[in-house]
Design a protein around this ligand. Structure first.
Ligand SMILES: Cc1ncc(C[n+]2csc(CCOP(=O)(O)OP(=O)(O)O)c2C)c(N)n1
Ligand code: SF4
Ligand SMILES: [Mg+2]
Length: 283
């Protein structure tokens, strides 16, 4: 029998994440967002990174590519150029997104290509047993930082805002309903949409627990925040460092021409349908 609800995006494999892992909330929010946007599995192309979150590639029934560590964005960008009719989403952990692949974040934001980037930020390289990642707080003890992390963490939302992302948001996997709304907005947005998702890792991050997050987060939309000013968005992105509060919701949404719209060869029918002959590459 054909599945009707969000379960139609389930595969035959059950998630292997630890009980209580924040990835479950993201998985549920993602499937529900697809359902509510009336997206069918064949209209979606998901590019997953390597990692705990990346293992989600096995648990979602859409077109899926399980990419190399840190390389989701170039694959997603190529897929979108090849077939602009697809809804293309790249999904990575903080290690892949802000470590191995941080250069791709900056350049994809510059392109402003119409794809969505969802990052499960647990502040650890969790699949490989919890080493410090680029978002780990200074002083944190992990296997690779036995005397405490000595490097400064990066602020991913500041990076993508500065690089030109036209949609920047922060979600929390412990608030899947709220996260679903953000994911829906990010998919609908025309241009590069970056969503950093606070994701508790119950096995390797004992500090940033669900409870810890609940004490510091607040929802932007409950504070009459309008996400149309880049300078204000930068202030919001830095608020935790300055004031110890973590705003979740859409920080910035702006209208900017997309990469696809600026390339005359990509006008009209998608390349996948026309083939390379259609743009004069092959005789
Ligand atoms: C180029 C490369 N470097 C390192 C690895 C080893 N590796 C695999 S998963 C992983 C950790 C991933 O951390 P993150 O991206 O934050 O995802 P999480 O597991 O936390 O969800 C690492 C370091 C790899 N597979 N490829
Ligand atoms: S190690 Fe952490 S991120 Fe990985 S599945 Fe377990 S709780 Fe989730
Ligand atoms: Mg991680």
């Amino acid at each position: 029998m054909e599945k009707m609800g969000a379960e139609k995006f389930n595969t035959d494999f059950l998630p292997t994440w630890c009980p209580g892992c924040g990835n479950y909330g993201i998985w549920q929010a993602l499937k529900q967002a697809f359902l509510e946007l009336s997206l069918e599995p064949h209209q979606l192309f998901l590019v997953y990174d390597i990692g705990c979150f990346g293992n989600g590639a096995n648990f979602i029934k859409t077109y899926v590519f399980h990419s190399l560590h840190g390389r989701t964005l170039p694959v997603a960008l190529g897929a979108k150029i090849g077939n602009k009719d697809l809804t293309v989403i790249a999904l990575a952990g903080d290690g892949g997104a802000y470590g191995e692949g941080v250069q791709h974040l900056l350049h994809t934001a510059r392109y402003n290509i119409d794809i969505t980037f969802l990052v499960a930020n647990n502040q650890r390289f969790s699949l490989t047993a919890g080493q410090a990642s680029p978002t780990t707080k200074e002083g944190t003890i992990t296997k690779t930082t036995p005397f405490g992390e000595i490097k400064k963490p990066i602020n991913p939302l500041v990076l993508s805002l500065e690089a030109g992302a036209s949609f920047v948001a922060r979600g929390f996997s412990g608030e899947p309903e709220h996260l679903k709304q953000i994911i829906k907005e990010a998919i609908i947005h025309k241009g590069f949409a970056h969503v950093d998702i606070l994701q508790p890792c119950v096995s390797f991050n004992k500090e940033n627990t669900y409870e810890w997050y609940r004490n510091v987060i607040y929802k932007l939309e409950e504070h009459r925040y309008a996400p149309h000013n880049q300078e204000r968005a930068l202030d919001k992105a830095r608020e935790f460092e300055l004031q110890g509060k973590l705003p979740i919701g859409v920080l910035y949404k702006g209208a900017r021409e997309t990469y696809e719209d600026k390339i005359p060869q990509l006008e009209g029918e998608s390349l996948a349908k026309r083939g390379l002959k259609g743009i004069g590459v092959l005789a």
